[in-house]
Design a protein around this ligand. Structure first.
Ligand code: ARG
Length: 458
């Protein structure tokens, strides 16, 4: 019989059991459920709501059950609907009537809210470690390439010379914000809903602070209705993970472009690439593509739960059972994407000569040529026009600014001198950009220092 069967004259239909049940996916909350129950029952004992002996008997039973679940000897039952009732039914089966006191002063509504918060907290901690690994890898690679010149792009057109290290550190900043968002998610998750009951607490003298303290929460959820109906903490995490995936997806897109024959800025390690079943020459960036592709499901999970929540009257509604698969899927996806992305990045080979060639060919030094004229006394707008004319000359004659003779320079404007070549060399262009946040190795060294400080505090 169902644990709530008393009021019912008839058994539920099999279809109802199947449709209603969440055990197939919430079974992963078994540990959080048991830890939460232990904290609850120990408080019930302390508050003399049940006797100390009863509390001890239940706790011993729960610990034994936890061990058996972990060793894989327990089978859950769909008829028992969810992890909460499965565990309670198993406990009654094992230790008898005393187990029926476990649910005193509690509802599945505050119980599930507690379990999901405990689970989310643990997973955020794991995700932060994985993200930190990635950030360290990005920083290490950037340090190796603080002088590797490559073209910087706008509109995917060559724009100005930068270094590969500078480019990578843009991703470091994105990931740093992601890390902070995970911390924010953790902080919002870290409030204890237990004691909210179904929605209006209970008449038993529960000590909610004791449970919150035992389970290392910052505080209790202040309002019992909010305690059982809030899923903002899930949404915060789903949003944080969506933004993180967006960053990984942009990074993946660049890795895919860079590893193409046309760019050939990098080569992926064989261990993190795949071949084609028909074309023998192919080496495909499947990992980067899959990370980019999986971004869709992570966004979908966020929109899905936002939509589930949008019309719900207070307090608990069964709709909220839909939170778990969405949350779990995003967490699982990031737990797969982060480590493989890190390894793909750590093992890729950089081709500095190809990056340099690309930076030389596309007039990336045209702004510097204009700035050269400004230093000689021209107004920037006039300088812009002079260099524009020179670029047009180069385009029609299929040459580049660095290959033009001084005669040609001087035929367009007499102010040019032979120091123009040094002024527009790519390394001068990069080294000259010493403004904080810029590509010069000096500016970059400051960024590395701050990035290292951040990682040390993670
Ligand atoms: N399996 C349910 C869920 O995941 C647990 C809470 C059920 N509460 C209820 N009153 N039916 O949301």
């Amino acid at each position: 019989m169902k644990l709530w069967g008393g009021r019912f004259a008839k058994e539920t239909d099999q279809l109802t059991d199947h449709f209603n049940s969440s055990i197939s996916f919430d079974m992963r909350l078994y540990k959080q459920d048991i830890i939460g129950s232990i904290a609850h029952v120990s408080m019930l004992g302390k508050q003399n709501i049940i006797t100390t002996e009863e509390s001890h008997a239940i706790i011993t039973g729960l610990n034994a059950l936890l061990e058996d679940i972990e060793s894989g000897t327990i089978e859950f039952n769909e008829k028992m609907e969810d992890i909460h009732m499965n565990i309670e039914a198993l406990l009654i089966e094992r230790i008898g009537a005393v187990a029926k006191k476990m649910h005193t002063g509690r509802s599945r509504n505050d119980q599930v809210a507690l379990d999901v918060r405990l689970y989310t907290r643990d997973e955020i901690t794991t995700l932060k470690l994985l993200l930190k690994d990635l950030m360290e890898t990005v920083l290490n690679l950037a340090k190796q390439h603080s002088e590797t010149i490559m073209p910087g792009y706008t509109h995917l057109q060559r724009a100005q010379p930068i270094t590969f290290g500078h480019h990578l550190m843009a991703y470091f900043e994105m990931l740093k914000r992601d890390y902070k968002r995970l911390t924010f998610s953790f902080d919002n998750t870290n409030y204890c809903p237990l004691g909210s009951g179904a929605l209006a607490t209970t008449t038993y003298p529960l000590d909610r602070y004791d449970v919150a303290h035992t389970l290392h929460f910052t505080d209790i959820c202040e309002n019992s209705i909010d305690g059982v109906s809030d899923r903002d903490f899930c949404l915060d995490l789903l949003y944080s993970l969506s933004t993180l995936m967006m960053h990984l997806s942009r990074f993946s897109e660049e890795i895919i472009l860079w590893s193409s024959h046309e760019f050939h800025f990098i080569e992926l390690d064989d261990a993190y690439s795949t071949g084609s079943s028909i074309m023998p020459q192919k080496k495909n960036p499947d990992i980067a593509e899959l990370v980019r592709g999986k971004t869709g499901r992570v966004y979908g999970n966020l929109i899905s739960l936002l939509t589930t929540m949008k019309g719900l009257p207070l307090a608990y509604n069964k709709d909220m059972q839909e939170d778990k698969e969405r949350l779990f899927d995003s967490i699982d996806t990031l737990k797969m994407c982060l480590p493989i992305f890190t390894r793909m990045l750590a093992t890729l080979k950089v081709c500095p000569q190809n990056m340099y060639k690309a930076a030389s060919g596309g007039f990336t030094n045209a702004t510097d040529a204009a700035d050269y004229l400004v230093k000689k006394g021209l107004a920037f707008r006039d300088a812009h026009e002079v260099i524009g004319k020179l670029v047009l000359y180069c385009v029609t004659h299929e040459t580049s600014l660095e290959d033009l003779s001084l005669d040609i320079y001087q035929s367009i404007h007499p102010i040019f001198e032979s120091d123009i070549y040094e002024a527009i060399s790519l390394s001068t262009c990069v080294k000259g950009r010493q403004v904080a946040g810029g590509p010069s190795p000096k500016a970059l060294a400051n960024h590395f220092e701050k990035a290292t400080d951040f990682l040390n505090q993670c």
